[in-house]
Design a protein around this ligand. Structure first.
Ligand code: ARG
Ligand code: ZN
Length: 889
């Protein structure tokens, strides 16, 4: 057995280029049930012709069979082999051929990393970030880019379909019932974009004509019975291809594009060159089995992976610290794509809500890290909301600062300079800066500093001078390893409303003493100004304002900050809720107001005092729900996006929450005529259409139904049962089931049993059934969780099952925090069991305990004890070790 190497922390500052380039790579796989052999033949180019440093190859769980240099075998006793590396010395200084034979065992690989055999029987790969080293010995890092040719041999009956990257250049039959296929990828790529699939698969085929007139074959592969469920994904793919041409001028660069759906996959999907591999749940959809949320996720992720072909594959990352270079940018692109295909404000509201709940809390906890981390033990732990979602906000800020046209110029320059290269976040920054001759140097701090900036904005109106001063102060909290922060560059988008609720025209601005005239991007009068806040304290003064405005700050959430506005009053918020032309900020005003009211009502409810919600707020919400009579309100809300109505209404339930405010005048369900909303928005058309209008209608109806059911009265239950039984699609059926499941009792139990009976053969639907029970706040749910671990529908080896049953429990459920610690204990047990099979998934689960310092005293010690129990377990994976130890530090 090779020497065991200990886990090591890797630092950005230690980056060094390799001593050897890999030019071409020929891989040969012989796949079989008992073992797989891999032979790789690499053309190696030494960087320097006067010396030959050791060539260090990564390799894990790979058995070395032979090494040949220029056809000559090296004695295995002469090479250096550890549990992680194969080191070759005394190498030629001229280009040479390196041939390595190895053996691997995909059939027992439960980590779902490298080459593995899926429960569905197919072979498939996942190489990002560092999975290729589980396939063969290689320089497994993204700055090593080579041209790959892949030959696959396998049993023809069991594995009729053999796929890899690029074009199929040869195929045929072999002896003993085997066959082969040879794939050639003409583009240089890092090994993390390598992919291989072999199995019994059927494809939905289509074509796309690029704008230069080339026909691209599109194929989505699944087991035969699932092909009907790939229609939406195919549609989404074609929309993505068209959108990237229209918006960025980017065309697909090969004649074939494959997508394969796999039921067991650690993440959402993977952008391997011309062979994207997807978690089935992000490909398969039918009206009966998938919800609006699923349809939207499929659209977004198909787009995301497709867009990676340019932002990720053609231009890739120099090292893994630069992950956000491709992920932040590609998330931004998929967000914009989904906005263009549906409702822009609704998409923005959803994305910001996710950023705030998941990313802001990550940024305030023990795992806080910058968009570009400084170090890692296991890279898989850094596929985070910070790298992805905050990274997308950073990209969005360039666009806010430079304008859409300026951003496009920056993108064009980025591709012009870096096509075919592995680059850094500075290279992206430089392209944006140079294409626009912009001075943005402070902006780079977004990449290096963790923590969510707190931006405090206060205002003063001077009637005599007709001027309005906006005073800004920024502060970035300290985070692990970064006690002191420098101010960053915050684009603060501001609109000012007059007393009629219209946007005032912003003509002149005093900015740090210099006078600027303001215009919108088309050169017309400005209604939103982007203030560049790049100092700790700063003042801006708008001139020529005839009356005191109501300010709308951080329009469209122009920067990922926590905004504090001491001078904005409740009346201002109600006014913005009614009038702001920025739909995001209308929602925001309602949220802020709702939160204030709730915080005010809860203690009153606890003291059993009379509760009342200001009539202006009730009225505002009624208008948003579309039930108003007042004509000025009417006008405003008539134009309001349907999906926004539903989004804006989400504070009602919290306020009428039984536990806080029952039996009060604030019973929104009645005030807002929710029964009417349910009946009016019921569809008369049994045919399901996934478009914005219908989605918005279903969402408002189902929201109202949920609020009604929280009252737990006979007639609300009856209404929900009726909706459940008459539903003609999964969106409505599942929403009705969720509404019913809020309240413990026979109705809930029967509905759950009925749903399971109906859908037990549809694994993705059963996962929803698991989620619903996992999230449940019914008393003593830990017991039920343990029972479900043994349920036939659960399988610890399948990540989707774990994400459905364990994930939501730990993220959202009251029962996770059971006073006796049973929830924490449950999680620790599951984590340790899971870690032996799949460290990536185990480490995602353990993250829920990492915020233990925020718990109350009793719970802190219970949670900490479970973290310690995990941390001291023998044979722990590096993945879980990193999260557990950092959480305890
Ligand atoms: N690049 C993939 C994406 O589209 C994610 C791959 C994540 N892999 C991992 N081992 N964490 O975002
Ligand atoms: Zn991605």
């Amino acid at each position: 057995m090779a020497v065991k190497e200990a886990p090591k922390e890797i630092f950005l500052k230690d980056y060094k280029p390799t001593g050897y380039h890999f030019d071409t790579v020929e891989l040969k796989f012989v796949l079989s049930e008992k073992k797989t052999t891999v032979v790789s033949k690499i053309r190696v180019l030494p960087r320097n012709s006067s010396e030959s440093p050791p060539l260090v190859l990564d390799g894990r769980d790979v058995k070395l069979l032979f090494v040949k240099i220029n056809g000559e075998e090296r004695k295995l006793e002469e090479v250096e082999l550890t549990s992680r590396h194969l080191t070759l010395k005394s190498l030629p200084v001229q280009p040479f051929d390196l041939e390595i034979g190895s053996e691997i065992h995909p059939e027992t690989n439960l980590s779902l990393e490298g080459l593995y055999k899926s429960s569905s029987g197919m072979f498939c790969t996942q190489c990002e970030a560092e999975g290729f080293r589980k396939i063969t010995f290689y320089q497994d890092r993204p700055d090593v880019m080579a041209k790959f040719t892949t030959r696959i041999e396998a049993d023809k009956a069991q594995y009729p379909v053999l796929l890899s990257n690029g074009n199929l250049i040869d195929s045929g039959d072999l002896e003993n019932g085997f066959h082969y296929a040879v794939w050639e990828d003409p583009f240089k790529k890092p090994c993390y974009l390598f992919a291989l699939v072999a199995g019994q698969l059927t494809s939905r085929d289509d074509t796309f004509k690029t704008r230069s007139g080339r026909d691209v074959q599109l194929r989505i592969w699944t087991p035969a019975q699932d092909v009907p469920k790939t229609e939406h994904a195919m549609h989404a793919l074609k929309l993505s291809m068209k959108w990237d041409e229209d918006v960025y001028g980017l065309e697909y660069d090969l004649d074939l594009f494959n997508i394969v759906a796999v039921p067991d996959f650690n993440m959402g999907a993977m952008e391997n060159k011309s062979l994207n591999i997807f978690n089935s749940k992000l490909v398969l959809a039918s009206a009966e089995t998938a919800t609006d949320v699923d349809y939207a996720a499929i659209l977004g992720v198909i787009g995301h992976e497709y867009f990676h072909n340019w932002t990720g594959n053609r231009v890739t990352c120099r090292d893994w610290f630069q992950l956000s270079l491709k992920e932040g940018l590609t998330v931004f692109r998929d967000q914009e794509f989904s906005s263009d295909m549906g409702s822009r404000p609704v998409k923005r509201i959803g994305d910001v809500a996710l950023l705030r709940t998941a990313q802001f809390s990550e940024d305030a906890g023990p795992m806080a890290h910058p968009v570009r981390p400084h170090s890692y033990i296991k890279m898989d732990n850094f596929y985070t909301v910070t790298v992805y979602e905050k990274g997308a906000e950073v990209v969005r800020m360039y666009q806010t600062l430079l304008g859409k046209d300026g951003f496009r110029k920056g993108m064009d320059l980025y591709f012009e300079r870096h096509d075919g290269q592995a680059v850094t976040c500075e290279d992206f920054f430089a392209a944006m800066r140079d294409a626009n001759s912009a001075n943005l140097s402070v902006f780079l701090r977004w990449y290096s500093q963790a923590g969510t900036p707190i931006l405090t904005v206060s205002t003063a109106y001077d009637a005599a001078a007709r001027s309005y001063t906006v005073k800004c102060k920024q502060e970035i909290p300290s985070t692990p390893g970064q006690p002191v922060k420098e101010p960053t560059l915050i684009p603060l988008a501001v609109g000012l409303l007059n007393s009629k609720g219209e946007d005032m025209v912003l003509t002149e601005l005093l900015d740090g003493g210099s006078l600027k005239s303001l215009k919108d991007t088309a050169g017309g009068p400005a209604k939103t100004a982007v203030l560049v806040v790049d100092k700790e304290e700063q003042e801006f003064t708008f001139l020529n304002l005839p009356e005191k405005p109501v300010p709308s700050f951080l329009r469209n959430f122009s920067a990922p900050v926590r905004l504090v506005t001491p001078t904005v009053t409740d009346d201002d918020l109600l006014f913005l809720l009614a009038h702001d032309s920025d739909e995001f900020n209308r929602w925001e005003a309602g949220q802020t107001m709702g939160r204030k009211l709730m915080l005010d009502l809860i203690p009153k409810a606890q003291r059993n005092e009379q509760l009342a919600v200001p009539s202006a707020f009730v009225e505002g919400m009624r208008r948003i729900c579309g039930k108003g009579t007042n004509t000025s309100w009417r006008k405003r809300t008539d134009g309001l996006d349907g999906g926004c109505r539903s989004r804006c209404s989400t504070y009602c339930p919290k306020i009428c929450d039984k536990r806080a405010c029952v039996e009060t005048e604030a019973r929104f369900p009645e005030n807002c005529e929710y029964r009417l909303i349910v009946t009016e928005n019921r569809s008369s058309d049994p045919h399901y259409t996934f478009d914005h209008k219908n989605k918005a209608r279903r969402s408002l109806k189902n929201l109202a139904l949920g609020y009604l059911c929280s009252l737990d009265e006979a007639d609300t239950t009856e209404l929900a049962l009726k909706e459940y039984k008459s539903a003609t699609n999964m969106t409505d059926q599942f929403a009705a089931l969720s509404s019913l499941c809020q309240n413990p009792g026979d109705v809930r139990d029967e509905a759950l049993a009925n749903f399971y009976e109906q859908w037990k053969d549809e694994t993705l639907v059963v996962n929803k059934w698991l989620v619903l029970q996992s999230m449940s706040d019914i008393p003593g749910n830990v017991k039920n969780m343990r029972r479900l671990l043994d349920h036939p529908s659960f399988d610890m080896k399948n990540p989707n099952k774990v994400y459905s049953l364990i994930g939501p429990f730990c993220r959202t459920a009251v029962n996770f925090h059971a006073k006796d610690g049973s929830g924490y204990e449950f999680l620790a047990e599951v984590t340790l069991q899971l870690d032996k099979m799949n460290p990536q998934v185990a480490s995602r689960m353990v993250s829920s305990l990492s915020r233990w310092k925020r718990f109350d005293e009793g719970r802190q010690s219970l949670a900490k004890a479970q973290l310690e129990r995990i941390a001291k377990t023998d044979g722990l994976s590096e993945n879980v070790f990193e999260i557990a130890s950092k959480s305890l530090a």
